[in-house]
Design a protein around this ligand. Structure first.
Ligand SMILES: Cc1cc2nc3c(=O)[nH]c(=O)nc-3n(C[C@H](O)[C@H](O)[C@H](O)COP(=O)(O)OP(=O)(O)OC[C@H]3O[C@@H](n4cnc5c(N)ncnc54)[C@H](O)[C@@H]3O)c2cc1C
Ligand code: FES
Length: 387
């Protein structure tokens, strides 16, 4: 991992549920600027584990727009090493190595006063979602729907905080709790019943893989454009001693001499150096597409393959659906043929603010054009009636 790491001190530990604890982190004054973050971002923690370093991401559940200390919540994963270790061992006064905030699961400031916001959280998926929720309440006038699925009422992380927010913002915040213990797993029908404004809303999903898939399916069925759907997947990276490289002889692949990368609204031509990843080549060309873990699990470096083919060494951060629609991780991709290769790192599937802005702007223009057209048709009819 090449991201910047610093030691942060644990200043509070709260048991949120039987299998989840939250940790507040103290950032020394000289690092405050580096740890400024956007709601929905995460920190990557590095811990020594049986002779090597392991890394795990945890989303910030605190809100940067309120006077809140940095906070994460870690839910035990059965058989999981770091999540159980943190729950069992981390105490006030301990120091832990953490990256600066990263991630693209964030609100687009350009749509802050517009689109209704739909948030879907399954279990510990509430961590970035509650940060987005608090930020949208603090900085926008958007209406917000939160669908929050849990096994049982006593496994709801941040239950009191969610209740308090509903009490304070009942005019524009609606929360639908779902408990598996009461009615089985969440269904598409139930999800559909909570949807409206599917043409202009923005949809954020975080939770277990099956939960994400269900919500994505329901949104697909409701006709929500994929550009308006934002997903955060909670996965662990492979351990450094288990990363399997070289199973495929990448040196034997044909590759184009250069590739095109859409970034910040412009197409850039990037020389390709055989054996290097597309991210490495972009960096060598002084470009800086979003990235964080460089190991295929955070999803910060996603780009759409427009033409050509790539081979990904690993792709934990992507679902089969992502791969089927041409999403690739720049940090794991190398060209897999000599065909011209074009990628789009601005694509809204990866939610860069500028891209979402243009997509939202496009929709607003389409709606405005439709309204003008309807007005003209109505005007013509009125004129005909008058004459
Ligand atoms: C961007 C991002 C944000 C995240 N935010 C949060 C958050 O806010 N809160 C949160 O709780 N989690 C979050 N996660 C998930 C978190 O990073 C970890 O993946 C999670 O805590 C599990 O880590 P672990 O070390 O406990 O489990 P691991 O040790 O990684 O194990 C995970 C699973 O794999 C199994 N396993 C482990 N080793 C093996 C093996 N050798 N063979 C077979 N199976 C094995 C385990 O039994 C377990 O079921 C986030 C992840 C990402 C990518
Ligand atoms: S930088 Fe994390 S997946 Fe590529």
């Amino acid at each position: 991992m090449t991201v910047e790491l610093h030691e942060l001190e644990i200043t509070a530990v709260t048991r949120e549920t039987a299998d989840c604890a939250s940790f507040e982190l103290w950032v020394p004054p000289e690092l405050r600027e580096a740890y400024r973050y956007r709601a929905g971002q995460h920190l990557t923690f590095e811990l020594p584990w049986e002779g090597h370093e392991v890394t795990r991401c945890y989303s910030l559940s605190s809100c940067p727009d309120l006077d809140e200390p940095l906070k994460i919540a870690v839910k035990r994963v059965e058989g999981g090493r770091v999540s159980n270790w943190m729950n069992d061992n981390l105490a006030v006064g301990d120091k832990i190595r953490a990256s600066v905030p990263e991630g693209r699961f964030v609100l687009d400031p350009e749509t802050r006063h517009g689109a209704p916001l739909f948030l879907f959280a399954g279990g510990s998926g509430i961590t970035p979602i509650i940060s987005l929720l608090k930020s949208a309440l603090a900085t926008t006038k958007r209406t917000i729907t939160l669908v929050y699925a849990n096994q049982r009422p006593d496994s709801v992380i941040y239950a009191d905080e969610v209740d308090r927010l509903v009490g304070e913002h009942s005019e524009r915040l609606v929360v639908h709790h779902h408990y598996d213990s009461a009615s089985g797993y969440l269904s598409r029908d139930e999800l559909r019943s909570h949807l409206h404004d599917t043409d202009i809303g923005e949809f954020y999903i975080c939770g277990p893989a099956a939960f994400i898939e269900l919500v994505e399916d329901a949104l697909d069925e409701a006709g929500v454009h994929e550009e308006l759907v934002y997903v955060e997947r909670f996965v662990s990276p492979a351990d450094p001693d288990q990363v399997e490289r070289g199973l495929v002889d990448v040196q034997s692949f044909e590759s184009p001499p250069k590739f095109s990368l859409w970034l910040d609204g412009r197409s850039r031509s990037v020389p390709y150096v055989r054996g290097k990843t597309l991210l490495e080549c972009a960096q060598a060309a002084s470009l800086n597409p979003g990235h964080s873990c460089e190991s295929g699990y955070c999803g910060s470096c996603m780009a759409h393959v427009r033409t050509g083919r790539v081979y990904m060494r690993t792709h934990e951060a992507l679902s089969e659906r992502d791969i089927a629609r041409g999403v690739a991780l720049l940090c794991q991709s190398i060209p897999a043929s000599s065909e011209p290769l074009e990628l789009d790192a601005d694509s809204t599937s990866f939610r860069t603010a500028s891209a979402v802005k243009s997509s939202y702007g496009r929709r607003v223009s389409q709606l405005a054009a439709a309204a003008v057209f309807a007005f003209m048709v109505a005007g013509t009819l009125v004129l005909r009636l008058v004459h």
